[in-house]
Design a protein around this ligand. Structure first.
Ligand code: DMJ
Length: 673
């Protein structure tokens, strides 16, 4: 905790010079006479009795003391002046924090500094099994209540010691908790959460921030520590070789630029907050404050920049209470608005955020359905926070329009929509994978975000799940795994993208929110399938796409992989669903599955000099063929969901108060359950 220079310095010290006179002088000789005249006379007599040398020595001493006095007065004055100025500066910074600063106070307490000792961790090289990280003192993450279903803390001595240290730190910090001032984030635990905006009457105001969530000391377990360690390793690579750029190329020790907006850094902000990585967060925050500029002649993809940048900034604002992130989010949101200036109001895929122009891809005037229907959580939230309705209006219009469109098949949507006509194109192909996936996810999540009142969204979601059941579900051989295939002009294909593995989590979230109980059953069978997409592969990592065997063949597993599909991009969907499944069932097998996956990421994708890399061949453990790229969602999503999966605390991003956008950025539910 940073208490500020004044507090740290404490009250000014007073120095005294004590001059001790001899007993004779103190009480007089021959009786006590304390009259002023007597004392003056007596002193003068004594002075006269001294030799010249004695007098000179005394005079010299007095002169010396006087000079010392003057010098120390001047330097103390300077010190005092600088302390006073600093405190004024602090006050100024607080005042200059833009208007919205306290509109929505921080949800979680400021992350605590994690142990910076990298040295405890042996570096793992590619393809070698990693050693389990030694337990160390992790960050104190005080938003967590006592674990609900028993912690996964190991009983090993060092683990307990680590935890005891955490608790000790926490106790000390708790006593200082009246105001936590940390880089512009001002958190007053007693402050109640208010709606950030009073300008908008609908939708309803959130009450997402609960100081009561911040009750007990946090116990970080060994698996969470391993996630922190993985994050820090990834971050080290990004920091050393790609700082401020979009994506790390960990093998060539360089970077890849996509939008030129520090994508990885922004995507990772709220993960750092949740993991308690204060130092890293502070450094990244500085970059956002000083170097993140949107006034650039650059084309960005509307969907990707909304879910990663806008979503990342909004959730970081909610978690930290730091208005810097809201200001940046507003700026970005405004710059994305030209995308909606189309004949149909269905947005273009690309926007030049510097010039304020938008356009479809060069080869078509279509946008993908997932892209135009998976920006709503973020734009709606931006309206709620700013009081400016235009963001919400634009995206609501898209949803209303899509709701009425023909060309659906029992709630399943085609993959493309035309920005001129507003009609679906490429009819007849239905998938829950690429280009359609998050349409289904956002139907449910918008309904939850808005307080479960927007019936059309629910209607479309429920209808779509019926469509999935009717057209896309099949069972594989030999294990009879239920999977979600695709439909192309009436023909079923047993192809399933890893992307579809968001679905078990979404189904479970719906069931948790009161929807059909059989959704939970389906979620349970589908997450088993997603896990098998890892477990049946040589590296224990899923490929991008699998084909399931519909007929039993000797020596064949359920999962078949085509050469073009055997890459792994460090994607989050399975871990994401494992997180939801564990939250809602408490079944520890989901944590164990996630743990296996984390270890396999460490075995096959970790680059010794920092960072993780996507790989080309999940079927070859001796050479998984690194692709030399770390996607921003590895930090934004995969590791965040891992950390949350291993936590036993339902209040670490409480799912009745938050809804994750499709890039794992938590946003408040407006009317919490
Ligand atoms: C992320 O950008 C989002 O999760 C998106 O919805 C799908 N693709 C990646 C992760 O796989």
């Amino acid at each position: 905790m940073y208490l500020g220079a004044v507090a740290a310095a404490g009250p000014p010290r007073r120095d005294f010079i004590s001059v001790t006179l001899g007993p004779e002088e103190a009480v007089g000789v021959g009786g006590y006479n304390n009259s002023k005249a007597w004392r003056r006379r007596s002193c003068w007599r004594k002075w006269k009795q001294l030799s010249r040398l004695q007098r000179s020595v005394i005079l010299f001493l007095f002169a010396f003391l006087a000079v010392c006095g003057v010098i120390s007065y001047t330097s103390m004055g300077e010190a005092w002046k600088s302390i006073t100025n600093k405190s004024l500066d602090d006050q100024r910074t607080e005042q200059e924090i833009p208007r919205l600063k306290l509109a929505n106070p921080a949800v979680l307490p400021a992350p605590q500094k994690a142990d910076t000792n990298h040295g405890d961790y042996p570096e793992l090289s590619l393809q070698k099994p990693p050693k389990l990280p030694r337990v160390r003192r992790g960050p104190s993450n005080r938003q967590i209540k006592a674990p609900q279903r028993g912690t996964r803390l190991k009983t090993r001595h060092d683990t307990m010691r680590a935890v005891e240290e955490l608790v000790e730190v926490d106790k000390v910090e708790k006593t200082e908790k009246s105001i936590i001032s940390w880089r512009g984030a001002v958190i007053e635990p007693d402050q109640s959460t208010e709606s950030p905006s009073s300008k908008i009457t609908e939708p309803e105001k959130p009450s997402s921030v609960e100081a009561e969530d911040q009750k007990e000391p946090v116990l970080i377990n060994e698996r969470q520590l391993a996630v922190i360690e993985a994050f820090r390793h990834a971050w080290k690579g990004y920091k050393d070789f790609a700082w401020g750029h979009d994506e790390l190329k960990p093998l060539s020790k360089s970077y890849n630029e996509w939008f030129g907006l520090g994508l990885t850094l922004i995507d990772a902000l709220d993960t750092m907050w949740i993991l308690g990585l204060k130092e890293e967060f502070e450094e990244a925050r500085k970059w956002v404050a000083n170097d993140l500029v949107f006034d650039k002649n650059v084309d960005v993809n509307l969907f990707e920049s909304t879910i990663r940048i806008l979503g990342g900034l909004l959730s970081t604002y909610h978690l930290s209470g730091d208005s810097l992130f809201l200001e940046k989010a507003k700026d970005m949101g405004n710059r994305l608005m030209p995308a909606f200036k189309t004949p149909s109001k269905i947005p273009y895929s690309d926007v030049n955020i510097g010039r304020g122009t938008a356009h479809p891809p060069r080869w078509t005037s279509d946008s993908t359905v997932a892209e135009v229907t998976s920006i709503q959580l973020e734009f709606r939230e931006l309206s709620r926070l700013t009081g400016d309705e235009k963001f919400q209006k634009a995206v609501d219009e898209v949803m209303k329009h899509v709701h009425t469109l023909s060309g659906k098949n029992d709630g399943l949507v085609p993959m493309f929509i035309n920005t001129n006509s507003g009609q679906f194109t490429h009819l007849g192909i239905y998938t829950l994978g690429a280009r359609a996936d998050s349409y289904y996810e956002y139907l449910l999540k918008q309904w939850i975000q808005g307080g479960k009142k927007e019936n059309e969204l629910l209607e479309d979601y429920m209808g779509a799940i019926e469509g999935v059941k009717k057209h896309l579900l099949q069972r594989s051989e030999p294990k009879k795994l239920t999977f979600v295939g695709e439909l192309a002009h009436g023909h079923f294909s047993a192809k399933m993208d890893h992307l579809v593995c968001f679905l078990p989590g979404t189904l479970a979230l719906g069931a948790h929110n009161g929807l059909a109980a059989d959704h939970m059953k389906l979620a349970e069978t589908l997450i088993e399938t997603c896990y098998q997409m890892y477990a049946q592969v040589e590296t224990g990592l899923s490929p991008e796409i699998v084909h399931f065997n519909l007929h039993a063949q000797k020596g064949h597993k359920d999962v078949e992989i085509k050469p073009a599909d055997r890459h792994n991009l460090l994607r989050p969907e399975t871990v994401e669903s494992l997180f939801y499944m564990y939250r809602f069932t408490g079944d520890k097998k989901y944590q164990d599955w996630g743990w296996e996956i984390l270890q396999n990421f460490n075995r096959y994708t970790r680059v010794p000099t920092g960072g993780y890399t996507s790989i080309n061949n999940v079927q070859n453990p001796s050479n998984p063929e690194p692709r030399d790229k770390m996607e921003s969602f590895f930090l934004g999503e995969t590791l965040k969901y891992m950390f949350l999966l291993f936590s036993d605390d339902i209040d670490l991003i409480n799912l009745d108060k938050y809804i994750f956008n499709t890039e794992a950025h938590p946003l408040p539910i407006w009317v919490p359950a």
